[in-house]
Design a protein around this ligand. Structure first.
Ligand code: ZN
Length: 344
C-alpha cells in the first residue's frame, strides 16, 4: 500500500510500504477515506534531522473498517469510523476518568509498528476503546467537520473546558490557527458572552466571526494586550485559550487573563517554563490544559456536527489526494493553507 513518510525537514514522500494488517486480537484494520495534516506535523517538517528510514506520518483519519481481530466487539467490517489522534483501551483507570491521553495501554500512530493516518490503511490497536462508529451513509459535505473530531475540534473544546468557559463569560482566544478557531466554536457552544480573537489573518478572522467571535484584536505584543484590556474594563478576560504553544503566546495569554481567571493551553509548549510566575500567583490565575483527550469528547460533539449546529469543517481550506500530501505540508508550512484534508 502507499503511505506518507517524512525523511527530514521539508522532505515528505509518498512511498510503497508493507500492507497494514491485523496483529493483535484487539486490532481493527481501517481503510482510510479521509485524513488530515496536523499543525503538530509541521514541527518535524521544520526541524527533523535527516533520517535513512523515514518516519510514518498522520494521526487524524476517518475510514471504513475492513477487518477486526477476534476480541473486537464494538466495530465490525463495513462500519464508517472516526479515529482520535491517539489510540486507547477505554477501560483503564485514566480512560474511565476521561483522560484517554494517559491510557495505560494506549499509544501513537506512526511508530512501534502502527501505521500513520496519512496512508491507504491503518492497523488500529485497541479498536473497541479507540474507534467511534459514524451513522451510515454520511454525505461528503459533512466529512471535513467529522474529520475535525479526530483532533482540532476536540482540542478546541478541551482548551475551552480547561479555561473554565461558562455562560456569560468573556473569553479571549490567542491564535487563529485551526485549534484557535475551533476554540471559538467551543466557547460559543459553552455559552460565552463575548469572544475576543487575537489574530491577524484576514481569511481566518472571517471564519472566526462566522464561528462566533465578537471582537478581533490584530495588534501584536504589548499593544494587543492593551487592546484586550480596553475591551474588558481594564480587567482582562475570564477565560483565555492559548492555542499556539510558543513562549510569546503564553506571555500574551497570561497578560490578558483577569484575576481569578483561567488560561487553558493546548499548543505543545516550545519553551521549558511558564512565564509570569509571580503575577499569576498574586492574581490567583489557574493554568490548565495539555494534550487533549479528544476521545472523551467525540460522543458529546458528534450530534452537534451531525445536526449542523457546529461546522468546524470550515477550518479545512484545501483538499488533496495522497500524492498531493507533500505539497499540502508545504502549503500549511507557508501559511498558504490553514488545514489540509487528504481524500483517498
Ligand atoms: Zn485506557
Amino acid at each position: 500500500m502507499r503511505a506518507t513518510a517524512m525523511y527530514g525537514a521539508g522532505d515528505v514522500r509518498i512511498e510503497d510500504v508493507p500492507d497494514a494488517r491485523l496483529a493483535e486480537p484487539t486490532d481493527a484494520l481501517v481503510r482510510v477515506t479521509h485524513a488530515a495534516i496536523c499543525g503538530s506535523d509541521l514541527w518535524p517538517y521544520k526541524s527533523m534531522e535527516p533520517s535513512e528510514t523515514g518516519r510514518r506520518m498522520g494521526r487524524e483519519f476517518v475510514g471504513v473498517v475492513e477487518d477486526v481481530g477476534p476480541e473486537v466487539r464494538t466495530v465490525k467490517p463495513g462500519d464508517l469510523v472516526v479515529a482520535p489522534f491517539l489510540w486507547s483501551d477505554g477501560t483503564c483507570v485514566f480512560c474511565r476518568e476521561g483522560l484517554h491521553t494517559s491510557c495505560l495501554h494506549g499509544g501513537r500512530y506512526g511508530q512501534d509498528g502502527v501505521d500513520g493516518g496519512q496512508g491507504e490503511a491503518v492497523r488500529v490497536p485497541q479498536a473497541d476503546g479507540t474507534l467511534v462508529v459514524l451513522p451510515d451513509g454520511e454525505d461528503d459535505a459533512l466529512m471535513p467537520s467529522l474529520l475535525t473530531l479526530t483532533d482540532v475540534m476536540g482540542t478546541g473544546h478541551h482548551v475551552a473546558i480547561s479555561a473554565k468557559v461558562a455562560p456569560g463569560k468573556t473569553v479571549a482566544v490567542v491564535g487563529d490557527g485551526a485549534v484557535g478557531l475551533c476554540g471559538v466554536i467551543a466557547a460559543k457552544r459553552l455559552g460565552a458572552g463575548r469572544i475576543i480573537l487575537l489574530g491577524r489573518h484576514r481569511d481566518r478572522i472571517a471564519i472566526a466571526e462566522k464561528f462566533g467571535a465578537t471582537d478581533i484584536v490584530s495588534e501584536r505584543g504589548e499593544q494587543g494586550v492593551e487592546r484586550v484590556r480596553e475591551l474588558t474594563n481594564g480587567f482582562g478576560a475570564h477565560s483565555v485559550l492559548e492555542c499556539v504553544g510558543l513562549g510569546q503566546a503564553m506571555v500574551t495569554a497570561l497578560s490578558i487573563v483577569r484575576p481569578g481567571g483561567a488560561v487553558g493551553r493546548v499548543g505543545v509548549p516550545q519553551e521549558a517554563s511558564i512565564p509570569n510566575a509571580a503575577q499569576t500567583f498574586f492574581d490567583n490565575v489557574t493554568i490548565a490544559g495539555g494534550s487533549a483527550p479528544v476521545r472523551a469528547y467525540i460522543e458529546e460533539l458528534l450530534p452537534d456536527v451531525l445536526d449542523g449546529r457546529i461546522e468546524p469543517g470550515w477550518v479545512i481550506d484545501r483538499v488533496v489526494e495522497l500524492d498531493g500530501v507533500p505539497d499540502g505540508y508545504r502549503a500549511m508550512n507557508d501559511r498558504e493553507a490553514l488545514k489540509v484534508m487528504v481524500k483517498l
